[in-house]
Design a protein around this ligand. Structure first.
Ligand SMILES: [Zn+2]
Length: 78
């Protein structure tokens, strides 16, 4: 396992990186973060629509503390 790790977000085995996520999840994270930084009140569902990233994954990033979701932004989602 030395140079590999399981991605926290998609479960794929990937090369060890500084963050506990694979390259494709890091790319997803960067897209989400850009939107949240530009418009902090963007709803999760809108982030999902703009990026094509699943809502559940966006929430997973938030729960791991990678960015802050404003209160109310996850209301009404499945
Ligand atoms: Zn991943």
């Amino acid at each position: 396992m030395g140079n590999y790790q399981i991605c926290d977000f998609c479960g794929n085995l990937s090369e060890k990186r500084s963050r506990k996520m694979c390259a494709s999840c890091e790319e997803d994270y960067r897209q989400i973060r850009d939107i949240v930084e530009a418009k902090p009140d963007t709803m999760v569902i809108d982030i999902s629509r703009q990026t094509g990233i699943r809502v559940s994954k966006i929430i997973a990033f938030a729960q791991k503390g990678f960015f802050i979701l404003n209160e109310g932004t996850i209301e009404g989602l499945d």
